[in-house]
Design a protein around this ligand. Structure first.
Ligand SMILES: [Zn+2]
Length: 488
């Protein structure tokens, strides 16, 4: 009895405090001076559908006002003729250092997450970036890095020997699962999988990790298994069936990474499978990057087998060696495979790409990683390329639709398990001031396969948590507003 009366008193006190705070808030609004006012921009918010010229007032880290009439700010920036959108959220960003964050910011990205391969150990990874990042960051607890550590693989970033080709012992399997679990304990955003890179992983190991994801209510992010050798015409379909089945029977959420690059010509039917799974209550989402070439490590298991060209129906000259830009032959392929390094595969048909861009379920994500200026141009150009080439020039989808799939959708994908995402990907009062301002007539990617280390053009300002990291197209030195995003 006494207990419930106490509780009632506390509730009444809380209500009074809340009313007082609201009255003060309303008073403050009248004639308020905001930290920053973004004036006169074309505000585009995919959640509410707002597409109109507005004044946006920022107070601290948050959006505090959106108004059709001018607002007063300590700093006011005029955005006449420019689009103000929520900052882009990249769910697939391997490059997680200063060099990569620079390219990301110049491409409009305010949150870059390493969710496919993920990391291990998770606490150290976050610790190395907390308070030192230009943009928001985060990672999944990675099956591949856990397997590499437990099985003593000598690979760099991706497995090259033990983890890729040896069967794990029962004790090793247990340690791998425990490593992944520890990563979740430390706040990792779900579980990352690169099954194609560890083809000796039995299906039961993947299934057990899906059980773990379901138990923890976190998503799985999956680069699916490679094709089944005696079923060459089925391509990625058996691999997609495996993970949809695991999601269906465990209840885990599934995000299939870079669908177009794994499904290739079978992209339309794989999209139908994902739509069908969703229609029957299974939580499956997917993403793509806007290029007709993929990239990976040449020594990885993706190139296993006697004759890669014959097995896949591609040519060695479809492969481009990242270090020199040269196209490969059977001889140079064999030489570089022994040496190890990054390789680009020009093997994705344009129709697969267009099928992905036209499908409203497909988010945009870069899969990028630049190492000392070298890599795939997707690392630096993904978002400007979608907006410049596929929205403005080729008119494949409208601008608002493209923005929805690079802001709101990725935020919604994560918000059930990562509370910070509930206030990202939107422009509304109370949302985080993670914002990008760009010129819709000028925005375009500049990164190429020959020179990937080129900033995108037309991105004018980028704010992370209310702080400018890019202003008038120039990087702002010495600010580190990026926050580490974690599962609650
Ligand atoms: Zn991948």
């Amino acid at each position: 009895m006494a207990c419930s009366r106490d509780r009632r008193i506390i509730v009444i006190t809380m209500n009074k405090l809340l009313s007082a705070a609201l009255i003060l808030g309303a008073a403050a609004l009248y004639g308020q001076t905001y930290d920053t006012v973004l004036a006169n921009g074309r505000v585009m918010d995919p959640e509410s559908g707002l597409d109109a010229v507005r004044y946006v007032g920022i107070q601290g880290k948050r959006i505090a006002a959106i108004s059709a009439t001018p607002l007063r700010g300590r700093t006011t920036v005029d955005l006449h003729g420019l689009v103000l959108s929520p900052g882009f959220i990249d769910l697939h960003s391997h490059g997680q250092d200063d060099e990569n964050y620079h390219y990301k910011a110049h491409d409009g990205v305010t949150t870059a997450l390493e969710l496919e391969i993920g990391v291990s150990p998770v606490a150290e990874w976050y610790g190395a970036r907390d308070g030192k990042a230009f943009i928001n960051f985060g990672a999944s607890s990675g099956h591949v890095p856990a397997r590499m550590a437990v099985m003593h693989d000598t690979g760099d970033f991706l497995p090259r020997d033990e983890a890729a080709h040896r069967i794990a012992t029962d004790e090793e399997t247990l340690s791998i699962i425990n490593d992944v679990r520890r990563g979740l304990d430390d706040g990792a955003i779900g579980i990352g999988f690169g099954i194609a890179y560890v083809p000796t992983t039995p299906r039961q190991e993947i299934f057990r990790l899906f059980q773990l994801a379901a138990e923890r209510h976190v998503p799985t992010f999956v680069h699916m298994r490679g094709g089944v050798p005696n079923e060459p015409n089925s391509g990625a379909i058996p691999a997609l069936q495996e993970v949809i089945a695991d999601a269906a029977v465990t209840g885990a959420s599934l995000h299939v990474v870079h669908l177009t690059s794994v499904a290739s010509r079978l992209t339309p039917i794989c999209l139908q499978m994902i739509e069908g799974a969703r229609a029957h209550g299974i939580d499956v989402t997917t993403e793509m990057y806007p290029y007709t070439a993929s990239a990976t490590r040449i020594e990885s298991a993706l190139f296993d087998g006697d004759d890669w060209a014959k097995r896949t129906g591609n040519k060695y000259s479809d492969l481009q060696w990242v270090a020199t830009g040269e196209r490969l032959t059977a001889d140079t392929f064999a030489k570089y495979r022994k040496q190890g390094g990054a390789v680009i595969s020009h093997t994705l048909p344009e129709e697969a790409l267009l099928a992905g861009i036209r499908n409203p379920q497909v988010m945009f994500a870069s899969d990028g990683r630049i190492v000392q200026g070298k890599g795939h141009p997707r690392s630096a150009g993904t978002y400007a390329r979608v907006l410049g080439l596929y929205v403005r020039e080729k008119k494949v989808i409208p601008l608002m639709e493209a923005l929805r799939r690079m802001t709101l959708m990725p935020a919604q994908r994560l918000e059930a398990s990562v509370p910070a995402m509930r206030t990202k990907g939107r422009i509304k009062v109370g949302a985080d001031a993670d914002l990008v301002v760009f010129d819709p007539d000028r925005i375009i990617d500049k990164a190429t396969f020959e020179n990937p280390a080129q900033y995108s053009e037309g991105i004018q300002h980028v704010l992370v948590g209310g702080v400018f990291v890019l202003r008038d197209g120039e990087f702002v030195a010495g600010v580190y507003p990026g926050a580490g995003l974690r599962t609650k």
